[in-house]
Design a protein around this ligand. Structure first.
Ligand SMILES: Nc1ncnc2c1ncn2[C@@H]1O[C@H](COP(=O)(O)OP(=O)(O)OP(=O)(O)O)[C@@H](O)[C@H]1O
Length: 287
C-alpha cells in the first residue's frame, strides 16, 4: 500500500526519504551544537505554510522573539502567516514573564508540567488546523530527568500524531556522542534524522543521515549538507566518506540515484492527484 507522505520540501531531503516523511510520523532531528537542527525544523514549518499547511512551533530553548528572528534571517516571513492564523509559536520559554509573553496566545507557564504543555499544544493545533509541528528542543523537557524521557515523548506523540500532524522533534546531543537522545526516546519516535559536523584536518564538513524512518525506504549513506542564506540543501546524489584523516565526497551509484528520482516522480504524481481530488470535492460542495 502506498503511504501518504508529507514532503519537507527541504532540497534533497525528500529524495533520501524516497518521497518524504510518512504522514503522522514523529521524527527526531538529532545532532550536536550548530549542526542545523533548528534551521531544519523552521524550514519544514515554513515550507508547509507557503503551500497552505498550517504549522505550530514550540519554543523551549529560545525566546520566541529570537525564534522569529531566525525565521526572518532566511527570509521566511512567518509573521504574515501568524496574522492569518496559520502559524503560531507556543512559548514554552518565558514562563509567561515579560511584555512579549503578555501579548501571546499560547504560553506554557510551567515548563516542567508536561500536561500543561500538551494542553496548550493541543489547543494551538486545533485552532490552526495545523498539520506540521516542530518542538525545539524536546530534549530540554527531560534534561534533568532522563527517566521521564520516554513518557514525555509518548505523551506528545499521542497528541500530535493523533491530531493528524507530522512533527520534527529537535534533540540535542553532545559533540562526539554517538546516540540520538537515549534508548527510550530513540525507540519511541517513528524516525531519526541525524545532523553532523566533522572536523577533518582543520576543515568542517556538514552532513545528514537518516537513521530510521518507519514505513519508507531510506538512503543508507551519509549525505553532504550545506547551510545557505536560503536554508538547508542536502546533496542527495552524493555521499560523504569521513575517516580520521580525510573527508571525500563521492557520487552515489546510478541505480540508487534513479530509484530516488523515480520515488520522487511517483510522489509528485500522487500529490497532483490529491490536489485534483480536493478541487473536485470543493466543486461538488459548492455545486
Ligand atoms: N545564512 C547562513 N549561511 C551559512 N550558515 C548559516 C547561516 N545561518 C546560520 N548558519 C549556521 O547554522 C548554524 C546554526 O544552525 P542551528 O541553529 O539550526 O543549529 P542547531 O543544531 O539547532 O544548534 P544548537 O543545538 O546549538 O541550538 C550556525 O553554526 C550558523 O553558522
Amino acid at each position: 500500500m502506498n503511504v501518504r507522505r508529507v514532503r519537507t520540501y527541504i532540497p534533497g531531503l525528500d529524495e533520501i526519504l524516497y518521497g518524504g516523511i510518512p504522514e503522522r510520523n514523529i521524527v527526531l532531528v538529532s545532532g550536536g551544537p550548530g549542526t542545523g537542527k533548528s534551521i531544519s525544523a523552521q524550514q519544514f514549518i515554513y515550507n508547509g505554510l507557503i503551500r497552505g499547511e498550517a504549522g505550530v512551533y514550540v519554543a523551549l530553548e529560545e525566546h520566541p522573539v529570537s525564534v522569529l528572528r531566525s525565521f526572518h534571517h532566511f527570509g521566511w516571513d512567518v509573521t504574515k502567516y501568524e496574522k492569518e492564523g496559520k502559524f503560531a509559536i507556543v512559548d514554552a520559554f518565558t514562563g509567561g514573564y515579560g511584555s512579549t509573553a503578555q501579548k501571546e496566545k499560547y504560553v506554557v507557564k510551567n515548563v516542567d508540567d508536561v500536561k500543561e504543555l500538551a494542553d496548550v499544544l493541543r489547543q494551538a493545533i486545533k485552532d490552526l488546523k495545523a498539520t506540521r509541528v516542530a518542538i525545539d528542543s524536546v530534549s530540554t523537557l527531560y534534561l534533568t530527568k532522563p527517566a521521564m524521557a520516554r513518557g514525555i515523548v509518548m505523551t506528545l506523540k499521542r497528541i500530535i500524531s493523533g491530531l493528524g500532524c507530522t512533527a520534527f522533534f529537535v534533540s540535542q546531543v553532545s559533540v562526539g556522542e554517538r546516540g540520538f537522545g537515549g534508548p527510550g526516546v530513540e525507540h519511541a519516535v517513528d524516525g531519526i534524522i541525524r545532523m553532523d559536523l566533522d572536523e577533518v584536518e582543520g576543515k568542517m564538513y556538514r552532513s545528514i543521515i537518516v537513521w530510521k524512518m518507519r514505513d519508507t525506504k531510506i538512503s543508507m549513506v551519509r549525505h553532504p549538507m550545506e547551510i545557505t542564506d536560503n536554508g538547508i540543501i542536502v546533496e542527495w546524489d552524493k555521499y560523504l566518506k569521513v575517516t580520521n584523516f580525510s573527508a571525500t565526497v563521492e557520487p552515489l551509484p546510478k541505480e540508487e540515484v534513479d530509484e530516488m528520482k523515480k520515488a520522487m516522480e511517483e510522489e509528485e504524481k500522487a500529490e497532483k492527484e490529491k490536489v485534483t481530488e480536493e478541487i473536485q470535492e470543493v466543486e461538488e460542495d459548492e455545486g
